[in-house]
Ligand binder design. Sequence first.
Ligand SMILES: O=C(O)c1cc(C(=O)O)c2c(n1)C(=O)C(=O)c1cc(C(=O)O)[nH]c1-2
Length: 244
Amino acid sequence: MTTLTDTGSFTAQLRAQSRRYHDQHPFHVKMNEGRLSRRQVRGWVANRFYYQANIPRKDAAILANCPDREVRRRWVLRVLDHDGTTGDQGGIGAWLRLAEAVGLGRDEVLDERHLVPGVRFAVDAYVNFARTRPWVEAVASSLTELFAPDLMADRLAAFERRYPWIDRDGLGYFRSRLAQAPRDAEHALQVVTEHCRSADEQARAVAALSFKCEVLWSILDAIDQAFPDSDSDSDSDSDEAGQL
Ligand SMILES: O=C(O)c1cc(C(=O)O)c2c(n1)C(=O)C(=O)c1cc(C(=O)O)[nH]c1-2
């Protein structure tokens, strides 16, 4: 049955998914409380790189599936935000600078030697979702960015205050996302509320956002499991080749 649901309650249902956002994952809680070891921070940065590197591929899949020129004109900016247009510009370059700031070499991030299977699996599921589902659902799945700015601000403060060994110059990625994420989320929300009018369409949008919360949660589960708490490495510097 496809009855119209009002935009206010639809938006409220989307926003209610924040209950399942990865800011509440134990690994993020520990991160923002300053309780991660260097090895855990490095493990997170190296693994999250795979997410960052695949975001523009996900957005290009949405572009490829989207017949609406006005939407494409704005959506294409996301690809450029991450890829940049030259040299080391853009979010991917900024994430590599973050990697260096936490003591990782670029090569060991780029060659994926620290990438754990669960992270690859979750990120690939997200890209695959954007490739294969209707483009409006893929847009809805990006709406976790509605919830990201608070987490990003807390993380920036935590990295500055609680991890003095991290080079401040490497935190530019988080600063730029503080501005980009609300802009992107606002556009995505506008697209989703315009295109999802029936109860069925709205339910599918909420389900897409729920799926994405699970992707982000699974990424942290996999990282948490691969880089457990341990007293022995909490303040040591890096280790043997290939090890974090
Ligand atoms: O660090 C985070 O907590 C976080 C979360 C999210 C998100 O909520 O999807 C994104 C990002 N970062 C991010 O940096 C980013 O570029 C990004 C793009 C997207 C998306 O789905 O299109 N989400 C996110």
